[in-house]
Design a protein around this ligand. Structure first.
Ligand SMILES: [Zn+2]
Length: 576
């Protein structure tokens, strides 16, 4: 720390006092990684050297760059071509890494980098990656719970490194992230992922082999199955793998290495601990059942879905693109189909927009449940995932315009919003325009042509006669909170032709518009009518029934709503 202050102050003298106070850690993004990694599982060791490209993302020229790796790794060299660069290192407390700290290199660049300008740096760092729960236990998380969340390590039996947010095994550049401040870690991590979404990564991996069996290497979030090469000789026994990712997207590049066995299907591979053979077979069978539905909705698989077994029974699952890490032996096999539907969708439909990529993967789960158990089961599932939404969404008071935009589904990376709200948005769209039209819109999506947030909504609009701009305004481009439907009044009158005319007034007390189903029950049946209802407004309509109405229920659970206690209405006996 002391050293760095000295260095910074030296810079201050050189550059003027204003720079002394402001070290902009997010000034540069890393747009390209080209790394050679040597992993020695027995020593828990990682050695990395290679080239990275930094891009100045600010509007001012920059002379200082900050590079961070996990605090259990040390910076060895930073060069531009042949020129060694002056840099100081310091520990930087941040919960973006499992150790709760980063090794930070503050680098003085050879020249100022203009806005949008880039510079290539040759870098080297090394150290160990051990199981570490510091960031969680220091805020009071019990050791067991902490271990189920932070299971990254390099070890002979099992190696896993999940990247930014878990263990910074490749360089990052971020402001401090803090677990104990609400949403702060996810905000910092989200910003980093957004900045790196278009970055490329190339990796050459070498694992010396001085133990008997060849480990399986799985790389997630990088769309590149590794190539295992034969050991060159008895002396130079090693496993190598090459991997290239043209675009990182929002996935954390993740490396897993273990003594796995592999169960292969055309579009799926299950990497499992040998003793978990039964669970692996179960999973593969469930995935086989779910696959036709996923293909029907989202097309053919673009890459292989990879399931990798977590040996620790309580380990929390983790996904990165088409890769899912899950403790196979202790997970409920009844949920395998549901889990597979999600992961198969990731391998089938690619988008760098979270509301589309994550939203559709969650939507796929509701489709799967509906197929297996019917619409009520799918609605139950959505309602179950929604309790969080009613807590985080504003209700009676609207957000200010700035917040409305920043929290909008089109911009958010908040996992809760993506899980519950995006899932519901896709379901509502489907209810409004029908399966065939929505499938066509999904099929016409090209990630390479998705240059602005209105692209997907325009594809959807092209498949329907209906004007849906009000829907996208309230659910996608802004966070307008949720609707709150209420049956304000209803009365029935018998008609001369022995039917009943029911007049219903519906109120939306909430702040978002929606089209909602209204179910009208009568003595020997029911009828459903869909009604479009704007925020803070009422609508009155009439409907003819073959028998006297008994009860009206607005919203079957398909529309997220802030208050469902006022949704049922008992209709008084009809006037004669
Ligand atoms: Zn997902």
């Amino acid at each position: 720390m002391k050293l760095s202050m000295k260095f910074l102050c030296l810079l201050c003298v050189l550059r003027g006092a204003s720079h002394c106070l402001s070290l902009d850690r997010e000034a540069f993004s890393i747009t390209n990684y080209d790394l050679n990694l040597q992993i020695e599982p027995e020593q828990h060791r990682l050695g990395a050297r290679g080239k990275i490209t930094l891009r100045n993302d600010t509007s001012a020229p920059q002379k200082i760059a900050v590079l961070q790796v996990s605090s259990s790794l040390d910076w060895r060299a930073i060069r531009v071509g042949d020129k060694m660069l002056q840099f100081v290192t310091q520990p930087f407390t941040s919960d973006i890494d499992h150790t709760g700290s980063l090794s930070e290199a503050i680098v003085r660049l050879p020249q100022e980098i203009a806005p949008h300008g880039t510079i290539d740096l040759d870098i080297a760092y090394e150290g160990v990656i051990l199981l570490d729960t510091t960031r969680l236990t220091r805020i009071g998380t019990p050791e067991d719970a902490a271990k189920s969340s932070d299971w990254d390590q390099i070890d002979e039996k099992f190696t896993a490194m999940r990247g930014a947010g878990y263990v910074a095994w490749y360089p990052i550049a971020t402001e401090v992230a803090n677990f104990s401040e609400e949403d702060n870690l996810f905000g910092v991590l989200g910003r980093w992922k957004m900045r790196e979404a278009g970055s490329t990564m190339k990796m050459h991996l070498i694992v010396p082999m001085d133990y008997p069996s060849v480990p399986q290497i799985v790389l997630g979030g990088m769309n590149c199955p590794p190539t295992l090469l034969e050991a060159a000789s008895q002396v130079d026994q090693r496993v190598t793998a090459n991997c290239v990712s043209e675009r990182l997207g929002l996935n954390s590049p993740t490396l897993v290495m273990a003594d796995y066995q592999v169960l292969e299907q055309p579009s799926l591979e299950v990497q499992y601990t040998p003793s978990h053979n039964g669970a692996a077979t179960n999973f593969a069978d469930s995935a086989k059942l779910a696959a036709p539905l996923i293909n029907e909705w989202f097309g053919t698989a673009k890459e292989r879905t990879v399931i990798a077994d977590l040996p620790h029974a309580d380990a929390a699952p983790f996904e990165s693109g088409a890769l899912l890490l899950i403790p196979l032996a202790t997970s409920d096999p009844k949920l395998f189909g549901l889990v597979a539907a999600h992961q198969l969708t990731h391998a089938t439909f690619l988008s760098f927009r979270p509301w589309i990529e994550e939203g559709l993967a969650h939507f796929a789960q509701t489709l799967y449940l509906e197929q297996q158990k019917g619409r009520p089961a799918a609605l139950d599932y959505m309602v179950m995932h929604r309790s969080a939404l009613t807590v985080i969404e504003p209700t009676t008071t609207a957000l200010d315009p700035e917040q409305e935009k920043s929290r909008a589904l089109a911009n958010t990376i908040d996992e809760q919003l993506l899980r519950s709200k995006a899932m519901a948005v896709w379901w509502m769209l489907r209810d409004m325009i029908g399966d065939a039209a929505l499938k066509k819109a999904i099929a016409s999506y090209r990630p390479g042509q998705d240059h602005d947030p209105t692209y997907m909504p325009r594809l959807i609009a092209a498949e329907t006669q209906r004007d849906l701009s009000w829907f996208f305004d309230d659910w996608l481009y802004h966070d307008r909170g949720l609707p709150d439907f209420k049956v304000e009044s209803a009365y029935a009158a018998s008609t001369p032709i022995k039917s009943f005319m029911l007049t219903i007034t519906l109120d939306n007390l909430g702040t978002a518009a929606a089209e909602v189903p209204v179910v009208i029950k009568y003595s020997n049946g029911e009828i459903t009518k869909r009604v479009e209802l704007r925020a803070k407004s009422k609508v009155t309509f009439r409907i003819e029934l073959p028998a006297a109405p008994l009860e009206i229920q607005v919203n079957d659970g398909s529309v997220p709503e802030s208050d469902v206690t006022n949704n049922t209405f008992r209709v008084p006996a009809p006037a004669k």
